[in-house]
Design a protein around this ligand. Structure first.
Ligand SMILES: Cc1ncc(COP(=O)(O)O)c(C=O)c1O
Length: 413
């Protein structure tokens, strides 16, 4: 997932200084934040962009005819252009701002489901999906009698394209699949998955909530119908997500929510709907959050998406090498191109205890089922710990994780 331009190098020391939160401590120890797959920290550029908007150019968007509203509208729509360019969408009109990843999946499940998915129609999901890309399809199953077909994955999270191809029937309407697992870090072969879906007349939606953070995404090259990203993992604020939809596909969908902004005309008898993307943005949108997301994506581009990915890959390789030396640790997922997301267990210790003990050493990792219970079942575990790395992590952070794990093991064994 490279954008083809020469890879810049990252000055990680200078970059860390851009994240105010990284200068705080945790229980008097250096904060080692290894939970970016859950939510990334925010650089000064994002904080400043949102504060500036609140202090200088804030008003509601689109419907005002005054200076502040026009400035806020321009900044909001500029963020849409930035998001479109970030994933190489053909037009900003293909970018719907949502309140996050979960909201985007629910939007597609509802709006596509109205006309295009009926009783007995099939939706393919992989066993590695996040609940936010599972439950909306269960809702459609309950609402309309759609059938969910499950694509198995290897222990490392890889997909066998023959197994995938064999799931399609004349009833398959949609594939909804992650572009990168939030547990195993495994990337999926997006172009091939999309081409096979289209050969069978099905649409395809990618969950890019993790993939969008760890490498360049080109929705036109993938040729997907939908692509979902979430702001808070992209160094941006919470409360904002990006739903990319091909123009022709969005145009064919009815609204998800009703309210202001998504209409052409409302009378006492009837309503006509606005064109996409506004058809899907009922009510006052997350204005400040969109501006913050635009600043985050611009920040990522300035640092170099490929440079961030290369730095993260080195950290991941280092962490995997060091973890392999610990005979009491089991790592889940070693697919080629694995993202810096490392799920692991420690012999004789519950993942919650691992996380709690690491926390007291200043190391923040996540533990639990990671909103991926079907995957946990497939892996034969109830929960794992998970260390995830971002642009601001360092090799010292890897060392801190390893020494924390030694301590955890000696305390619990
Ligand atoms: C792979 C994946 N998909 C979807 C989501 C949900 O995104 P959001 O938190 O924006 O609803 C997450 C968040 O953890 C995720 O990791």
């Amino acid at each position: 997932m490279s954008d083809g331009s020469p890879i810049m190098t990252l000055d990680v020391g200078a970059l860390r200084a851009e994240f105010p939160i990284l200068s705080r401590d945790a229980y008097g120890k250096r904060l080692v934040y290894l939970d970016s797959a859950a939510s990334a920290q925010k650089p000064r550029a994002v904080i400043d962009a949102m504060s500036h908007a609140m202090e200088h150019s804030y008003a509601n968007v689109h419907r005002g005819l005054h200076l502040l509203s026009n400035e806020a509208t321009a900044a909001f729509e500029e963020a849409r252009k930035t998001a479109a360019a970030f994933i190489n969408a053909a037009s900003p009109d293909e970018i719907v701002f949502t309140t996050g990843g979960t909201d985007a999946f629910n939007l597609v499940s509802y709006a596509l489901g109205v006309n295009e998915i009926g009783e007995g129609d099939e939706i393919i999901l992989s066993l590695a999906e996040h609940h936010s890309n599972i439950v909306p399809w269960h809702l459609l199953r309950e609402r309309k009698g759609a059938v969910i077909k499950w694509l198995d994955i290897s222990d490392d999270g890889e997909i066998d394209l023959d197994v995938y191809r064999a799931l399609f029937t004349s009833k398959t309407k949609l594939v909804a699949i992650s572009h990168m697992s939030n547990v195993l870090g495994a990337p999926t072969p997006a172009k091939e998955l999309a081409s096979i879906a289209h050969e069978h007349g099905a649409k395809i939606l990618f969950d890019g909530c993790q993939a969008g953070v760890h490498g360049a995404v080109d929705v036109r090259d993938i040729d997907c119908d939908f692509y979902v990203m979430t702001g808070h993992k992209l160094y941006g604020p919470t409360g904002i997500g990006v739903l990319y939809g091909k123009k022709s596909v969005l145009e064919g969908m009815p609204p998800f929510k009703g309210g202001g902004e998504m209409i052409h005309v409302v009378t006492t008898e009837a309503v006509t709907y606005n064109d996409p993307p506004h058809r899907f943005e009922a009510g006052t949108p997350p204005i400040l959050e969109a501006i913050g997301l635009g600043a985050a994506l611009t920040w990522m581009k300035e640092k170099g998406v490929d440079a961030i990915a290369a730095h993260e890959a080195r950290l991941k390789d280092h962490a995997l090498e060091e973890l392999a030396k610990l005979n009491f640790v089991r790592v889940y997922g070693r697919a080629p191109g694995k993202a810096p997301i490392i799920a692991f267990t420690v012999d004789g210790a519950h993942p919650h205890d691992i996380s709690a003990i690491l926390d007291r050493t200043g190391v923040a990792v996540r533990a639990g089922h990671h909103c991926a219970q079907p995957l946990m079942k497939r892996l034969g575990v109830d929960a794992t710990a998970r260390a995830s790395f971002a642009a601001y992590n360092t090799h010292d952070d890897v060392e801190a994780l390893i020494s924390g794990l030694h301590k955890t093991h000696s305390m619990l064994s």
